[in-house]
Design a protein around this ligand. Structure first.
Ligand code: SF4
Length: 393
C-alpha cells in the first residue's frame, strides 16, 4: 500500500506516524505542527476530521503538507466522504464508531474509486459492543474479530487497500492482539499502545509494546500515543526504529556513561547540553559523553565521536583515536565543532587532521589520573575483599 508518497508494508521501511493536536479547522496552526512533526522524523500525519470545518481545513492543509495526511474519522461516515473530497491521502475508520454496514461499504466504495487506502483502526476502549459481549470483553480475539468483520464489509465492495491496527492501553493485551492479527490476516499492520499516557511511563509502555512486536517482525508503521507534544511522539518513534536498526540514522544517537565515583565532570549536564546542541543541528552520528578518561575512550571506541573527561580537560576522540585535548569548559563546543567537521569532511579526514600530540597528552593524563585516584576509585576491590572475609567466616 502507498499512503500519498509513503509505501507501507512489504519491504518498505517501517514508517513513523503521529497525530496533530490542533483543531483541524485552524489551518495555519495545524500546518505548523505538521511541519514540526515532519522535521522530527514523522512520515505520515493524522488529523482529526470530526466536523465540517475540519474537513474544510483539510482541503487547505493537504496540498501544503510536506507529508501525507490521514483523516481520522469518528462517528459520522459523511465526514469520511468529506475528507476524501478534501483530498486526504488515506482514512482511518474505527469499526466501533461507524457501525452500519451500508455506511462502511459506501465509504470503502468511494475510497476504492479514488485509490485511497483505509486503516481499520480497532481500539479496545471503543470496541463494537456486540463483539465485546460475544467475546466477554476486549480480548485479543475480540479485537481481531472486529477488524476481520470490517474487512469482510470492505471485501463485499472489492476494497482491500487496507492496513489494520488493534490498539489497547494494556501492553500485554496489545501484544497478544497483534500477534493473533498477524497470524490471521496478511495486510500491513499499524502498531501502537493507545492512551499510553505522559512520558516517561508512556514512552516505556509504547516501547515495550511496539518494540516487542517489531523485534518479532510484526508491524509496518508505528505511532507512540503520548500525552505530550506530538513532536515527542515522532522523535520517540524514530528513535525506536533507529535503535532497532530499522531506519537509517537521521539525527544524533547520544550515548553516555551512567557516571560513577570516577567521573571527572558532571556527565548528566554535559550529555544534556550535547544532546540538545547536536539534536537541533540534525547531526546523524553516534556521539559518546564519558565521565572519565580511564574507562571512557575504551568503552566508547565504536562511537563516531566522543569526549571523555580528564583532570579539567576533555579528551576528544574519533572512532577511538584521540584527536584533541580541550579545556573542560570547551567540551560541549568541541564536540559540536568536531561533529560538524565530520559531517562535512568524513571520519577518516578528521582522524588524519588529529593534533599530533593529542594521543600522547591523553595517555599521560590518563596515567596521572590512575596514579592520583587509583585503579579502584569505587573501592570495589576493598568491598570484594570484605565480602570474601564474611563468606569465609
Ligand atoms: Fe563513566 Fe568513567 Fe565511571 Fe565508566 S568509569 S561510568 S566512563 S565515569
Amino acid at each position: 500500500m502507498v499512503v500519498g508518497t509513503v509505501p507501507v508494508g512489504g519491504d518498505a521501511p517501517i514508517s513513523v506516524q503521529s497525530m496533530t493536536t490542533t483543531k483541524t479547522a485552524d489551518v495555519e496552526g495545524t500546518l505548523a505542527q505538521i511541519y514540526a512533526l515532519a522535521a522530527a522524523g514523522c512520515d505520515i500525519v493524522r488529523c482529526t476530521c470530526n466536523e465540517e470545518e475540519a474537513a474544510e481545513g483539510l482541503a487547505h492543509i493537504v496540498s501544503r503538507s510536506p507529508v501525507p495526511i490521514v483523516a481520522d474519522i469518528h462517528f459520522q461516515y459523511k465526514l469520511a466522504l468529506a475528507a476524501i473530497e478534501a483530498g486526504v491521502h488515506a482514512l482511518r475508520l474505527n469499526p466501533g464508531n461507524i457501525r452500519k454496514p451500508e455506511h462502511i461499504k459506501l465509504v470503502a466504495s468511494e475510497a476504492r474509486d479514488r485509490g485511497l487506502p483505509i486503516r481499520i483502526g480497532v481500539n479496545a476502549g471503543s470496541l463494537d459492543p456486540d463483539i465485546a459481549e460475544q467475546f466477554g470483553g476486549a480480548t485479543p480475539e475480540a479485537l481481531v474479530a472486529s477488524a476481520v468483520r470490517e474487512l469482510d464489509y470492505f471485501r463485499e465492495v472489492d476494497f482491500e487497500d487496507v492496513k489494520i491496527s488493534v490498539k489497547a492501553s494494556n501492553v500485554a493485551l496489545m501484544i497478544d492482539a497483534y500477534r493473533l492479527l498477524a497470524d490471521t490476516v496478511d495486510y500491513p499492520l499499524h502498531l501502537g499502545v493507545t492512551e499510553a499516557g505522559p512520558p516517561p511511563a508512556g514512552l516505556v509502555k509504547s516501547t515495550a509494546g511496539i518494540g516487542t512486536l517489531l523485534a518479532e517482525g510484526i508491524g509496518d508503521t508505528i505511532r507512540f500515543s503520548l500525552t505530550a507534544d506530538p513532536v515527542e511522539e515522532a522523535r520517540a518513534g524514530r528513535t525506536l526504529l533507529e535503535a532497532l536498526g530499522l531506519r537509517e540514522r537521521k539525527n544524533v544517537d547520544l550515548i553516555a556513561c551512567p557516571s560513577c565515583g570516577r567521573a571527572e565532570v558532571d556527565v548528566i549536564a554535559v550529555a544534556t547540553a550535547a544532546q540538545q546542541a547536536l539534536e537541533s543541528r540534525n547531526i546523524p552520528l553516534q556521539v559518546a559523553v564519558m565521565g572519565c578518561v580511564v574507562n571512557g575512550p575504551g568503552e566508547a571506541r565504536d562511537a563516531d565521536l566522543g569526549i571523555a573527561a580528564g583532570r579539567g580537560k576533555g579528551h576528544l576522540f574519533v572512532k577511538g583515536h584521540v584527536v584533541r585535548v580541550v579545556p573542560e569548559a570547551e567540551m560541549v563546543q568541541a564536540l559540536i565543532d568536531e561533529a560538524e567537521a565530520i559531517v562535512a569532511e568524513g571520519i577518516e579526514a578528521r582522524i588524519a587532521k588529529a593534533d599530533v600530540n593529542a594521543e600522547a597528552i591523553a595517555a599521560a593524563e590518563r596515567e596521572q589520573l590512575i596514579e592520583l585516584r587509583g585503579v579502584d576509585v569505587n573501592h570495589s576491590l576493598d568491598k570484594i575483599a570484605k565480602i570474601r572475609e564474611i563468606a569465609d567466616d
